[in-house]
Each structure stands twice: as structure tokens, then as C-alpha cells.
Write a protein that binds this ligand. Sequence first.
Ligand SMILES: [Fe+2]
Ligand SMILES: [Fe+2]
Length: 273
Amino acid sequence: MSYAATLPWTLEKLDLSRIEIEKVRANEDLFLLLCSSSFVESGSDLYTHNLVDHFAGDDELQGWLRDHWEHEELQHGRALAAYVKHVWPEFDWDTGFRNFFAHYGSVCTAEELEPNRGLELAARCVVETGTASLYRALNDVTDEPVLRELTNLIKSDEVRHYKHFYQHFRVYRTRDRIGRLSTFRTLLKRLREIKNEDSDIALRHVFNVRYPEKAHDDAEFRRITARAEGLLKRHIPAEMTVKMLLRPLDLPPKLNAMLEWPLTRITEKLFLH
Ligand SMILES: [Fe+2]
Ligand SMILES: [Fe+2]
């Protein structure tokens, strides 16, 4: 079966020949961020399968995850990889991704999912908030037109994923009487986890292939990735991010306003070492 018909956009829509290479090629931070994102997205099928299994019995959600969400995430990976390969052809993307995939596969297990499926949906809202914010930040970082178009397309997909998980979360919340406190704990827990795993492993493997002579130099790895993540942090759309993070809590407006400040700080820390 071809999924192209159900995808909101396809890779062919991107005209790589229009890339204004001189606007991006010298930006090493952007290279690291785009390449690590291309690894994480291209490795999506490792955890999408876990998630599909987790929702056995919920045919509607399972169908969407399997037939739409997973394919869209993988397309993000393909599109980002195509962009990286076009602008930085000297980088051995395939080797880097192979190393990343082996490493990521060994740490990406079903145990990381919330046993309570409704809470896992709340956690997915955090993950999609993270990716939506990431691509909006990347969109803001660059003035290269093809990259702007690509990051905008991906961001829109991530926001739509968020909405889908959120709608399903609401159904589970009511049916399973999921409280605000457990939702809040889950959101915080997933916020902390996002930072440590996927992007860190991906950055490590981008770094090792990009700078083979420094592959075991942890200080240099931290310095280079902190610089790239600093760039991202300066462009994080904090307001959108916090709004999306708070929504699953369904708080009264006053309390919502009180929580905005600390959550903005946590959101910024997501991308810092
Ligand atoms: Fe994605
Ligand atoms: Fe997504």
C-alpha cells in the first residue's frame, strides 16, 4: 500500500535544487541540529512500534499511529536527511545513522512508556510539543528558503500530532478518571527525559562522524553541542511551548498563569546541557 496519498505533503514537493547553499553551509550549529534531528526522525520506527503495541485494543488510535503518524515521522527523517546530504555532501550520513540506530535501538524499549495509557498520551503531547518547538525554532534560525519551507511543513505536522494525541488524551482522562496531579507528574517526567536521550545520542553520533579525531573527547563534544543548543534555545518559541505543555492540565486560568513562568524555564533547559 502506498501512503503517499495520505501524507499531507511529500518529499517531491521539496525542490532541493533551489537551496541557497551559501546561506547555510557555513553554519556548523545548524548542521549539527539538522543532522541530529534527521537521525531521530529516521529512527522513529523503533519507538512507533512500541507505541502501536501499547495501544492494542484501541483500533482507532492504533490505526492512526500505524497508518499516518509513523509515516509522517519517517518522512521528516527522509526530508531532513535529503537536505543535509545536499548541503553537506562530505558528511557520511549513512555511517552516522547506522551507528546511531544501533545505539538508539538498544536503549529504546517498551518499558519507557507510561503503563497508564492515558498518561502516555499526555507524555506524547510533551514529545510533540518538543518537536513542534524545535522546528519552529529552526525555522526562525534560518533565512534559507527551502529550509524555511521544510521546517514549516514539519512543524505543522508536529502540531497536528500534538492535537491528535491531546484529543485522545481527553477521552482517556474522562473515562479513566486521570487526575491533574498524575498528569502534571507525567508531563514533568517526560520533559526531563526528552533532553537526555534521543537528541543526545543523535548528537553524539553526528559528532563522532563529523570529528573522528575528537570522537572520544567528551569536553569537546559538550562544547560543540552546547553551542548548537544555545542557538536553538535563543529561538525557542517559549509562549507556544508553554501553552501546549499546560493544555493537558486543563487548569483554571489563574493557576495556569502562575505556572507559566517556571515551565518556561524548564522548556528552555530542554535544549541546554
Ligand atoms: Fe517528526
Ligand atoms: Fe510528531
